[in-house]
Design a protein around this ligand. Structure first.
Ligand code: GCU
Length: 747
């Protein structure tokens, strides 16, 4: 069923929809007017054909290409007359089809596609090897922008005033084409363009935690997009749409399988399937990577050991790399989870992480591949602090990794919590190529049920000052090479995609996929800009509605933190599935998987003391960050209980006690969801009914869940605090026993 759906096509309901989206939503009478108009629109849609109505299932993502509104439409129509895309190749074909379909949808007219410029208003797409490019006289500038950069300029060429998208390579030209389409989709002027863009980070990777049986670890939007049983013979057309969507935001790599890896992915049978995916993604500028299982030589070939220094192991990996590159010459490389959560690795053989990484790196180096080694390691030792484990284990190896090894570090020191301070390894490994790993999929942020726009969280992380080289040493500067001039840079995000028709399970969470790509391309972009772009391209061009939606998105992350883990609390999640609260949870086999280990609530107070009086992991940060976080009075309140065990009556900046502020934060989170639902009611008609209703239903779930979070956490913490809830906090809907008896997932 899924696979029989058509590829993304610029359907044509835009004219109707744009008349609706121009309507304001601020007053009751305008809502009524709009409702009757939207009723009319729906009726007309039905007359035109059912496809345009039923197509609003979110499949088209931000590449909708519905017709633009006036006055921009008239302006663009006057300025774009023909497409000139000379040359033949798979990528040029993709550019022709994207610009052809895109402009036809956006402008409501089809444009002639030519080999040479015949009119003013030509949109010319060139890569440096095209003879026409020689006449541009800006080839030098293009090569300076590298293999993925591009320029877009309004110029006189062959006697005509034209817009030229030019790049060193065809892939650069593809990025430029998507950029040009985005200008139109977001109603930007194109009369006098002078754009120069290149990605700031080199490896912009989606990590898929997809298993070979089609399930996705921590995936909440259906099954894996890779249909292994049909590959390599059948290529689901949806895979091209996946590649298009990624290319449109600049993502250039995809790690196909779960870091909790199955060795089978490296068998000849699976490698042929992987090659088929690589062939599909290549013309979009996307390389494939794999997660190998460190013990694969034992599992696949019966070797007695996987010791990275054993000659037979070294030669096994070299042969395996040769085999892979024979099939996939541009294979990206390996992403490795080793000696973490039960995975095998070099430590099993008393070798260091660097020795393990470098052995694999040597195998792929002759083919220009990389090894991305994950820093998510935390061996449980008596009395240890999990937040300090990765730094303690890996920092001493700074400078010992091979030149084609990258160290992939989660944004925070624990595990993708709703809020964490930045990981101390950022800024602590000047001689290592450190790249951040984000979790786009919302394991700890309400799965695909809660609206949480993660660009705000990632922005906070990227803007964090590590003080690694004095003030202003932000994480962005650590990772983009400005501070340490590393040769390879990158950013990875654990994907939130699946076979759900809308790709991400919740329409709004498409924005997180989008935001990840945009930030990996340019880690300085503001959350506001990213939200505004995505809204205009995906939801509505009604200025008032867009503004209201932007506010919702920008406030959403803080709200989720408020109703889940305010003031620096973390890992209060129900065991295993991590959906819903269980601060009482104490039955995991490892202490550091238990919420009670993390919040440490007792009669005196709450929070994990990581200051000098406690585990002192705060010392892993550079001065003066460690002093700021390490002292109770200067620690930012958003991280208070991350670094300190704080008395219940401790006064916060507001003058209120910790206990009261805790209650008020939880309440604020719930109130935000309720206010957002009311706001959403007012937005009816500003977007199509199908997506509007689907989002409304998700918001209802989010409200239910936020209430459970507030009640369960406050009731439980109250058993220690023994204080009444402050004024303004609603009485719990159920008893603590009831919340403890049943996980939110089962309600
Ligand atoms: C989390 C998550 C696991 C995942 C792990 C990782 O612990 O719950 O499912 O495997 O992160 O990042 O490796």
């Amino acid at each position: 069923m899924e696979r029989k759906r058509p590829r993304l096509q610029p359907l044509q309901p835009g004219r109707l929809r744009s008349s609706r989206t121009r309507l304001s939503f601020m007053t009751r009478s305008s809502i009524n007017r709009r409702l009757s108009l939207s009723f009319l629109s729906v009726a007309v849609c039905l007359l035109i054909g059912a496809t345009s109505v039923s197509a609003e299932d979110g499949y088209r993502l931000w590449l909708r290409y519905d017709q633009l509104p006036s006055p921009q439409l008239n302006d663009y129509r006057a300025r774009i007359s023909e497409l000139v895309i000379p040359g033949q190749s798979a990528t040029l074909e993709i550019i022709r089809s994207e610009l052809g379909n895109g402009l036809q949808g956006l402008l409501g007219k089809s444009l002639p596609v030519r080999e040479r410029i015949e009119n003013d208003g030509a949109l010319v797409v060139l890569s440096a090897n095209n003879p026409l490019a020689a006449r541009l006289k800006w080839k030098g500038e293009l090569s300076a922008l590298g293999p993925e950069g591009f320029q877009i300029k309004t110029r006189k060429l062959d006697g005509h005033l034209v817009n030229v998208i030019a790049a060193q390579t065809e892939i650069g030209a593809l990025h430029g084409s998507f950029y040009f389409l985005r200008l139109l989709q977001t109603l930007k002027p194109i009369a006098s363009l002078s754009v120069s863009e290149e990605p700031r980070l080199q490896l912009r990777l989606l990590d898929h935690w997809d298993n070979l049986d089609g399930t996705i670890e921590r995936g909440y939007a259906g099954r894996s997009l890779w249909n292994w049983s049909e590959l390599p013979a059948t290529i689901d057309p949806r895979l091209r749409d996946y590649a298009r969507a990624n290319a449109s935001v600049g993502i250039n790599g995809t790690v196909l399988n779960n870091v909790n890896a199955n060795a089978q992915i490296l068998t000849a049978e699976y490698l042929r399937k992987v090659a088929a995916l690589a062939n599909t993604f290549r013309p979009y500028g996307i390389r494939v990577y794999l997660s190998p299982r460190f013990s694969a030589p034992m599992e696949l070939s019966g070797l007695k050991t996987a010791d990275p220094l054993a000659p037979e192991v070294i030669s096994w990996w070299q042969k395996k790399a040769d085999e892979i590159y024979d099939l996939i010459p541009d294979f990206g490389g390996f992403l490795v989870k080793a000696n973490s959560e039960g995975q095998p690795g070099p430590r099993t053989y008393n070798r260091s992480h660097a020795e393990g990484a470098n052995m694999l790196a040597a195998a792929v180096a002759p083919h220009h591949g990389v090894v991305i080694w994950r820093a998510f390691v935390y061996d449980m030792k008596p009395g240890y602090d999990r937040a300090g484990a990765a730094d303690a284990e890996l920092q001493p190896f700074d400078g010992t990794f091979a030149p084609n090894v990258l160290l992939q570090v989660k944004n925070g020191p624990i595990d993708f919590q709703p809020r964490e301070p930045f990981h101390p390894l950022f800024g602590a490994m000047p001689r290592t190529q450190v790249i951040p790993e984000f979790q786009i999929t919302q394991e700890y942020l309400g799965w695909s049920n809660h609206l949480a726009f993660l660009a705000s969280m990632w922005r906070e992380f990227l803007d964090s000052d590590t003080f690694a080289k004095g003030s202003g040493s932000t994480v962005t500067k650590v990772i983009d090479g400005r501070l340490y001039h590393q040769k390879i840079t990158g950013m990875a995000g654990v994907a939130n995609t699946g076979t759900d028709r809308n790709w991400t399970g919740h329409h709004f969470l498409q924005a997180n996929w989008y935001a990840f790509g945009r930030l990996a391309w340019n880690p300085d972009l503001s959350s506001r800009q990213i939200a505004a772009e995505w809204i205009a391209m995906t939801l509505t061009r009604d200025a008032n509605a867009a503004q209201a939606i932007e506010r919702i998105m920008l406030d959403s992350h803080e709200a989720v933190v408020d109703y889940m883990t305010p003031l620096g609390l973390h890992h209060l999640f129900w065991g295993g599935h991590h959906y819903g609260p269980a601060p009482w949870w104490n039955k995991e086999k490892r202490d550091d998987w238990n919420p009670v280990y993390f919040h440490r609530a007792d009669a005196a107070g709450i929070g994990f003391d990581r200051s000098a009086t406690g585990s002192n992991t705060v010392a892993q940060y550079q001065a003066p960050v460690r002093e700021q976080f390490g002292r109770l009075h200067s620690c930012p309140e958003k991280f208070l209980l991350w670094f300190h065990h704080v008395p219940w009556d401790y006064r916060l900046h507001s003058g209120k006690t910790l206990w009261d502020e805790l209650g008020l934060h939880y309440e604020r989170g719930v109130d935000w969801v309720r206010a957002t639902r009311r706001q959403w009611d007012l937005l009816k008609g500003a977007i199509d009914d199908e997506r509007y209703e689907a989002i409304a239903q998700k918001l209802a779930i989010q409200e239910r869940d936020a209430i459970v979070w507030r009640d369960a956490c406050l009731l439980y913490f109250q058993t220690f605090a023994k204080r009444p809830l402050p004024a303004g906090v609603e009485k719990a809907a159920k008893s603590l026993d009831e919340y403890e008896a049943k996980s939110l997932l089962d309600q």
